[in-house]
Design a protein around this ligand. Structure first.
Ligand SMILES: Cc1cc2nc3c(=O)[nH]c(=O)nc-3n(C[C@H](O)[C@H](O)[C@H](O)COP(=O)(O)OP(=O)(O)OC[C@H]3O[C@@H](n4cnc5c(N)ncnc54)[C@H](O)[C@@H]3O)c2cc1C
Ligand code: FES
Length: 332
């Protein structure tokens, strides 16, 4: 026990000093896989990718087979994925699940080394090496009668199961989706099937109203004076804007936080967030929190901490791809 506690203390101390990529390597994946629900015999190679869809140059969908996880998944939860045995473990929100088909859907934005590698290598018929989850506290779908669900950019995918859950609970559901432009838009048809009203916002005005999702919130609140709750998922700056826009009216506002995570089980302290003056761990206390109490500036500052090592990892990977590409060309 003592050794275990000392190990945890050392990990906590290390996380603040070390680039998270290096720390992630120190904690063996096998520790995480211990928490993996028993996989069906057919998943000896991992979890089969049964559908892939590319929404844009950077955003793609992977649907993988995992009947046990599909049965257990609830809106608001996430998984930790390792696409191959030497890969990094990254947290991704469960964007959808189908209990009948036994599948779970992820929507991924290729922003750095691991997500760009997944964009290249995770193809239909391939496998995800390890998936741990469902993790995190499911979103609270209470007795709200009228709810606004806001998704910004990639946040559109994880807000979907919440919008569906509110609709299924009987709430009047207003969806607000924000994209930079029409060409990046996805899932508006899926949202129409679970929302009583849908407002699309684009930065350039190429679809829906021209402006940020906060313009959509203002429009919805002008029409509806009886909104019980706003749920917002997207980049921290967007969730901050949404929380600010409901503060004066004191409308309950829930956001889903995405700090850097390592183990995802509350042990490393990497996902510390400040909420209402308290330090909480997004992986086990969240990821949903009261938007009016979140210290977004601290979150944004913490997310920028590892940018130099993330840039270095991406450059090293791109260089190795270039060398492998050259070798393949020479062999041809
Ligand atoms: C609960 C949760 C749910 C998420 N859901 C999704 C999702 O559904 N789709 C999606 O595309 N992305 C999601 N993310 C973010 C995703 O995990 C990161 O984009 C990914 O880890 C980036 O890794 P990379 O090597 O490609 O890029 P990097 O260059 O390593 O990182 C790019 C940026 O991603 C963030 N990031 C990096 N590593 C981590 C990490 N281990 N944990 C969290 N954030 C990290 C940092 O802000 C970093 O600056 C989620 C994050 C969290 C915490
Ligand atoms: S990711 Fe380690 S405590 Fe949350």
């Amino acid at each position: 026990m003592h050794i275990w506690l000392s190990w945890l203390t050392s990990v906590n101390a290390l996380i603040d000093r070390m680039p998270h990529k290096r720390l992630a390597k120190k904690i063996d994946l096998k520790g995480a896989v211990m928490h993996q629900p028993a996989a069906p015999a057919s998943s000896a190679r991992g979890f089969e990718i049964v559908a892939r869809q590319d929404f844009s140059d950077t955003t793609f969908l992977l649907e993988f087979s995992h009947p046990m996880m599909a049965r257990a998944a609830k809106a608001g939860q996430f998984v930790i994925v390792m696409s191959h045995p030497e890969g990094e473990r990254i947290p991704l929100t469960i964007a959808d699940f189908d209990r009948g088909r036994g599948t779970v859907t992820l929507v991924i934005q290729a922003v750095g080394k691991t997500t760009k590698e997944m964009q290249q290598t995770c193809q239909l018929g391939g496998h995800l090496y390890a998936v741990v989850g469902p993790m995190g506290i499911p979103s609270h779908v209470g007795k709200a009668k009228k709810v606004i669900c806001v998704g910004g950019g990639l946040g559109v995918a994880p807000i979907f199961p919440q919008a569906r859950a509110f609709k299924e609970s009987g709430a009047y559901t207003i969806g607000i989706l924000g994209f930079r432009s029409k060409s990046l838009m996805f899932w508006d048809d899926k949202f129409r099937s679970v929302c009583d009203e849908l407002i699309i916002c684009t930065d350039d005005g190429s679809a829906g109203i021209k402006g940020l999702v906060t313009a959509g919130i203002a429009q919805a609140l002008e029409k509806h004076t009886d909104v019980d709750e706003v749920v917002a998922i997207g980049p921290p700056v967007m969730m901050k804007g949404c929380s600010d826009s409901t503060r004066a009216k004191d409308i309950k506002t829930t956001v889903s936080l995405n700090p850097v995570m390592v183990d995802g089980t509350g042990m490393c302290g990497g996902c510390r967030v400040k909420v209402g003056g308290k330090v909480l761990f997004a992986c086990v206390d969240g990821p949903d929190f009261d938007g009016h109490a979140v210290d977004f500036d601290d979150l944004m500052q913490r997310l920028r901490r590892y940018v130099p090592s993330e840039k270095e990892a991406l450059e090293r990977w791109q260089e190795s791809c270039r060398i492998r590409g050259d070798a393949a060309l020479q062999q041809a």
